[in-house]
Structure formats: structure tokens, C-alpha cells
Design a protein around this ligand. Structure first.
Ligand code: DC
Length: 224
């Protein structure tokens, strides 16, 4: 049987993780799991149901009654919330602004981590997020911590948004990304941090293809 490995891809907001994870997964024939989309999905439900996002118990209870599904499609990964396709809805500015708060609750994270571990179990996988190398897949054969300057990340998100018809000014995006970095890195439960055995990849000066190639090279080394 061909060997397959688990690849954990962590880093701050808008570092290009999901774009690169998708390419790497496709090249290796692995599944791709976007864990940020899962936190976004429960945030959308919390906003729609009007619960207090700061209330850990309510947040945990809401997730307990929720089905989040990720399905591959020719146009990328589709995200389902209780059977409803919410792939586009979770990219809204409202969800983006609220997701760090929702993701800070231990009641939410414990359930998410368990679900993510089940999804990855026993298969070749590329999983991207903030705590994959440290908490979700601590035994992953390859861990990469990817980053880029805030200016470059805001610029990339700006261009992505334009294609989606979203017109948030660049300066606002930069502020929002910096605020999200701060919340994600300073939260008490599994904050964003580089695993000790992770490879640090600065993508500020790299194209998407170059970054993907770097990771594929590291993956090949692990596979041989
Ligand atoms: O990768 P993203 O921007 O779609 O992630 C959305 C938010 O979810 C991010 O601000 C932090 C949170 N998140 C997390 O706490 N842990 C993960 N494994 C993935 C995302």
C-alpha cells in the first residue's frame, strides 16, 4: 500500500493557507480540510440564532446541536450547516469579524478538535488552521507554519475580495487582520502558535506556486 501522511498547515489569517493546502492536497491525492470554515460555520449559526457569542456555555450547546459537513467539489470545498450549503455565507464580513470570539471558547474547541481528528483519521490529509500542529494532529508527519507580513496578507485578501464582489477598503482589511491575529494568538485555549517541530515558511516574497512547491518538497522527503 502507498504510504500517506498527515500535513498540518498553520498560520495567521490570510497567509494563503487554504489556497496552498488545496494545491498540495490535489497533487498528493489527499483530502483537504479547512478547519477555519468549521469555526466560521458555527459562527454563522450563532449570529443567525441570536445567541450571546461571548457566552461559552451557550456556544458549546449550540454546537452540540449542529451538523457541520465539508464536501469536496470541482469548484473547491463546500461547507454545509445542518444540511444547508453555506459555502459563500461564511465569508461575509460579519462572520469574519465574529469568528475569533466564537473560536475562543473551550466548549467549542473541544468539540471541533474531536470532529477534526475524526475527519483526518487514518488517511492522507492536508489540514489548515491555527492549532493543527499543536493540538489537532500533534503526530502529523509534516507541520508547516506559514506566514507573511500583515501588509501582504491584507493585499492578498483585498484582491480575493474584489473577485468575490466584496469592497472592503485595504486599510480596514489590514486593521481587521491585525485584530484577528491578536485575538487568535492571545486566547487562553489553544492559541495560534508554531509547533516546535514545524517548518516556518515566510510567503511574503513567494508566489502561490512557489509556496506549494516548498511544501510538496517537504512532503516528498517525509514520504521517502
Ligand atoms: O482560516 P480562517 O480565517 O477561515 O479562520 C477563521 C477563524 O477561525 C480564525 O480567525 C481563527 C479561527 N480558527 C481557529 O481558532 N482554529 C482553527 N484551527 C482554524 C480557525
Amino acid at each position: 500500500m502507498t504510504k500517506s501522511i498527515q500535513i498540518a498547515l498553520d498560520g495567521p489569517a490570510a497567509a494563503g493557507k487554504s489556497t496552498i493546502a488545496k494545491i498540495v492536497a490535489e497533487k498528493l491525492g489527499y483530502i483537504y480540510i479547512d478547519t477555519g470554515a468549521m469555526y466560521r460555520a458555527i459562527t454563522l449559526k450563532a449570529l443567525e440564532s441570536g445567541i450571546d457569542l461571548g457566552d461559552s456555555e451557550e456556544a458549546g450547546n449550540l454546537l452540540r446541536d449542529t451538523a457541520i459537513d465539508l464536501q469536496p467539489s470541482p469548484n473547491g470545498q463546500l461547507v454545509f450547516l445542518d444540511g444547508r450549503n453555506i459555502t459563500e455565507d461564511i465569508r461575509s464580513r460579519n462572520v469574519t469579524k465574529s469568528v475569533s470570539e466564537m473560536a475562543s471558547h473551550e466548549s467549542v474547541r473541544t468539540q471541533m478538535v474531536k470532529l477534526q481528528q475524526q475527519l483526518a483519521s487514518g488517511r492522507g490529509v492536508v489540514m489548515d488552521g491555527r492549532d493543527i500542529g499543536t493540538d489537532v494532529l500533534p503526530n502529523a508527519e509534516l507541520k508547516v507554519f506559514m506566514s507573511a507580513s500583515v501588509e501582504e496578507r491584507a493585499r492578498r485578501r483585498y484582491e480575493e475580495n474584489i473577485l468575490r464582489g466584496i469592497n472592503t477598503p485595504l486599510a480596514d482589511l489590514q486593521k481587521e487582520i491585525a485584530a484577528r491575529d491578536k485575538m487568535d494568538s492571545e486566547r487562553a485555549v489553544s492559541p495560534l502558535r508554531q509547533a516546535e517541530d514545524a517548518f516556518y515558511l515566510d510567503t511574503t516574497e513567494l508566489s502561490i506556486e512557489e509556496a506549494a512547491q516548498e511544501i510538496l518538497k517537504l512532503a516528498e522527503e517525509r514520504l521517502n
